[in-house]
Ligand binder design. Structure first.
Ligand code: RIB
Length: 302
């Protein structure tokens, strides 16, 4: 069982040829809406792969909130610990470029209304779960509380330290696995990470210092896993990508599935890479994330 304490956002995805210039009102190619939020996306990926997954979070008492809850439930995610807040639902506004790059702005909304009491109320979930997954779209003190509770019950903590807040460092050493992209890693580590060699060097250093595992995702270069003094580069699959929103979240939900099923972190990263390869082939995050059957269909069963 996996528990995710995190965000749920109503995403507006604008397909654009380029970003607008200052003062310009630009027309987009097409627009769509989708259920998102890093927390919900990661939880949905885990649930779609067949892991019993619980979400702790908050949505607004509005139409967006209703939509977010019904979408999550549709994919098998347990939302009984998501509260309805008087603050409006969190939102994501995503400019998706044709070459796969995305520019996102989020409105925190109800995600910042998650309280310590909400975490305490979910004590049973922590007791029963094997893995806790966290991101940075809810208050830092809630992440710290959740991570400490998880450690006290012996859960493995996966921490997607995104969006990056380099001044928030308390959860990093509490995490068993820290997952960041190259931009976030550069900000946390204070060193520009451009190549996989940079990621290997810096990842080995920080994972050694913190005695945990660091996974640095590098887009088209793949991902770098640094753990126990060893590193591995996992290359991505070449697919006809349509839109990359949620690819990283799919990877993290996939990691959760793989770790709970006994894979070591290096094998788990290879499985997670398959998940994100499928996710980029559709629009939106949750909708295009694969089930286990889809993974087997595309990549075989090994
Ligand atoms: O990682 C993608 C997600 O980040 C989007 O769904 C958006 O809501 C933001 O949280």
């Amino acid at each position: 069982m996996i528990v995710v304490a995190g965000s749920m956002n109503y995403d507006i995805i604008l397909k654009v040829k380029r970003m607008p210039r200052e003062g310009e009102t630009m027309t987009c190619e097409s627009a769509s809406t989708a259920a998102g939020g890093k927390g919900a996306n990661q939880a949905v990926q885990s649930a779609k792969l067949g892991v019993k997954t619980f979400m702790i979070g908050a949505v607004g008492n509005d139409n967006m909130g209703e939509y977010l809850l019904s979408e999550a439930a549709k994919y098998g995610l347990d939302v009984s610990h998501v509260k309805k807040s008087s603050v409006s639902s969190g939102m994501g506004c995503i400019h998706a470029l044709e070459d796969g790059r995305v520019f996102a702005t989020i409105n925190r909304g109800a995600n910042y209304d998650i309280t310590a009491e909400d975490i305490e109320r979910a004590d049973d979930l922590f007791r029963q779960s094997k893995i806790l997954i966290l991101q940075n779209e809810i208050p830092d003190e809630i992440n710290i509380l959740s991570a400490k509770k998880a450690k006290s019950y012996g859960l493995k903590v996966l921490y997607n330290a995104a969006p990056s807040f380099p001044e928030r460092r308390d959860v990093l050493p509490l995490a068993d696995v820290v997952i960041v992209n190259e931009v976030e890693a550069s900000e946390y580590l204070g060193v520009k990470i451009v190549s996989v060699d940079d990621a290997v060097r810096e990842g080995l250093k920080v994972s050694g210092e913190m005695r945990n595992t660091w996974v640095i995702t590098m887009g088209s270069q793949g991902s770098v896993i640094c753990s126990g003094g060893k590193s591995e580069i996992v290359r991505p699959y070449h697919v006809d990508a349509i839109e990359t929103t949620g690819a990283g979240d799919s990877y993290i939900g996939g990691l959760g599935y793989a770790l709970i099923n006994g894979m070591d972190i290096f094998t788990a990263a290879k499985f997670a890479t398959k998940c994100s390869a499928v996710t980029v082939c559709g629009i939106g995050a949750q909708n295009s994330m694969p089930t286990l059957a889809k993974i087997h269909e595309m990549f075989g069963e090994d």
